[in-house]
Design a protein around this ligand. Structure first.
Ligand SMILES: NC(=O)c1ccc[n+]([C@@H]2O[C@H](COP(=O)([O-])OP(=O)(O)OC[C@H]3O[C@@H](n4cnc5c(N)ncnc54)[C@H](OP(=O)(O)O)[C@@H]3O)[C@@H](O)[C@H]2O)c1
Length: 446
């Protein structure tokens, strides 16, 4: 006899609707990718680069969480690795169990998240199985993707922009029951329609990075990019950068992409950005130990001008942090914007402030996206205007290996994880739209 989860997958593949899905029992347990609280000190004293996610990410059978008001349980067909999965798996900059403990004190519903294991993952595509009291927008059987802004909106500050809510958190990073699992628990205001021209794994890979890139580059809350802006994009083929590059190209801006190999330069050109800098081939060294090298920054600025007909960036799309931030501030044009959402190479930034204030530049902080921004970013995917950047996909059991690829900067674009989907290539309904955009959808796979 088929298990409860096998019956659910069969029903999803057969296109079951609300009543059939509701009639199927939920399993008592499900498989999930977890870190363990009793291992949170396992990498102490080891350099970051040597911390191995394959050692800290486990596959566990865990009980199905209690469904609360305003929530939904989703059958996860596919998920994706984000850099926050890497941070969680190497317990940096702090162990995410600190978030679970702190948030667990908020209420009885939050207490559910404070467990000795943390189910990771901030992306998912799948099908709604159950909705809690008060949910009317979504129903069992809906085919969906999930964004990771997890917010109760009880505070007044969040009601202009949910990212301003002091209690805002990121699902699957600061909460439990994330997307790298067979089932996940979300708030109904995290749910968005699945782009129906995409497979489960293609649909799952965009939510976090696409929404972040949209807010950071396009939204009025970020850099507010406009037609003709010169946009310098670090990591232009990477998780965030692959979407930022698409926004710059499609929004009529003039992108300059920075990458670290000829192969990645090729990807960025195929995305429609002819101006590419291979930072490795050029051998930039902005730092000599703790000393900034202004000559190197000038050389970098001259390279950008060479590619733009003498113009400096209106916007610098920042996330590498410590190693690049001083150069980003230096090369931005007078009055330009450095918009940052991360510090992969270190969060203590040093830069020469004279280049900022004397040239009236501004630094803008950006973090994920509110529901509206995530929805707009997903809408562009649904319409075939922005495309997923999936390069490879791993089975759930190999999530540690998938996270290692991202940790070591060996991957291109996004790395997917199959959860309940039995194989890649399933879940497409709109074949006409897919055919129309197939080369762009599969660009990272070729
Ligand atoms: N605040 C938020 O909401 C938010 C959302 C998403 C991600 N993030 C953070 O943003 C960062 C990037 O995430 P991602 O998903 O884009 O990661 P990713 O897929 O690893 O891509 C980052 C790219 O940055 C480039 N890079 C890495 N280290 C660099 C360095 N030292 N100097 C110059 N370039 C460097 C690499 O490209 P090349 O080697 O080809 O140059 C890499 O492909 C992570 O720290 C992540 O946690 C924050």
């Amino acid at each position: 006899m088929a298990s409860a989860l096998e019956s659910i997958v069969q029903a999803i593949e057969a296109g079951a609707g609300k009543q059939e899905i509701e009639a199927l029992p939920l399993p008592a347990t499900f498989r999930a990718v977890t870190t363990h609280k009793d291992e949170q000190k396992m990498f102490e004293g080891i350099p970051s680069s040597e911390k191995d996610p394959r050692k800290s990410l486990h596959i566990d059978d865990v009980p199905v969480p209690e469904l609360g008001p305003g929530e939904a349980i989703i059958a996860v067909m596919a998920s994706a690795v984000n850099f926050n999965t890497v941070w969680t798996s190497i317990f940096e900059p702090i162990s995410t169990f600190a978030f679970l403990e702190r948030n667990g004190k908020r209420s009885a519903l939050w207490k559910r998240h404070d467990l000795p294991y943390h189910i990771v993952g901030s992306d998912a595509s799948g099908v709604v199985l159950r909705v809690g009291p008060g949910v009317s927008k979504w129903k069992p059987g809906d085919r969906v993707v999930v964004h990771c802004n997890y917010v109760d909106l009880e505070e007044p500050e969040g009601h202009d922009d949910a990212m301003m809510d002091p209690a805002q958190t990121i699902w699957g990073f600061e909460t439990n029951f994330g997307g790298m699992a067979e089932l996940c628990l979300v708030k109904s205001n995290q749910i968005m329609p699945k782009p129906e021209h995409l497979t489960w794994e293609e649909a799952a890979c965009s939510g976090l990075v696409n929404s972040t890139a949209y807010r950071q580059l396009v939204s009025k809350h970020g850099a507010g990019m406009k037609m003709g802006d010169v946009v310098l994009i670090w990591g232009a083929s990477g998780g965030l950068g692959g979407y930022a590059t698409q926004y710059a190209v499609r929004g009529g801006a003039i992108p300059v992409g920075v990458v670290s190999s000829a192969h990645r330069a090729g990807i960025v050109r195929k995305l429609g950005c002819p101006a590419v800098i291979d930072r490795k081939a050029e051998g930039y060294r902005f730092w000599n130990g703790n000393q900034m090298d202004m000559k190197e920054m000038r050389r970098f600025g001259a390279k950008i001008r060479e590619l733009t007909g003498g113009e400096d960036p209106d916007i610098v799309y920042e996330h590498p942090g410590r190693e690049t931030f001083a150069a980003s501030v230096f090369v931005a044009r007078r009055g330009g914007t450095i918009v940052t959402c991360a510090s992969t190479s270190g969060y203590e930034h040093v830069y020469d402030n004279r280049y900022l204030w004397m040239n009236l530049k501004r630094i803008v902080g950006s973090h994920f996206a509110n529901y509206r921004e995530a929805w707009e970013a997903n809408r562009l995917i649904c319409k075939g205007l922005i495309h997923p950047t999936l390069s490879q996909c791993f089975p759930l059991e190999s999530s540690g290996e998938a996270a290692l690829q991202v940790h070591k900067n060996l991957h291109d674009g996004k790395v997917g994880v199959l959860c309940l989907a039995p194989k890649e290539g399933l879940g497409v309904r709109d074949r006409e739209l897919r055919e129309k955009h197939l080369p762009a959808i599969e660009l990272y796979r070729s």
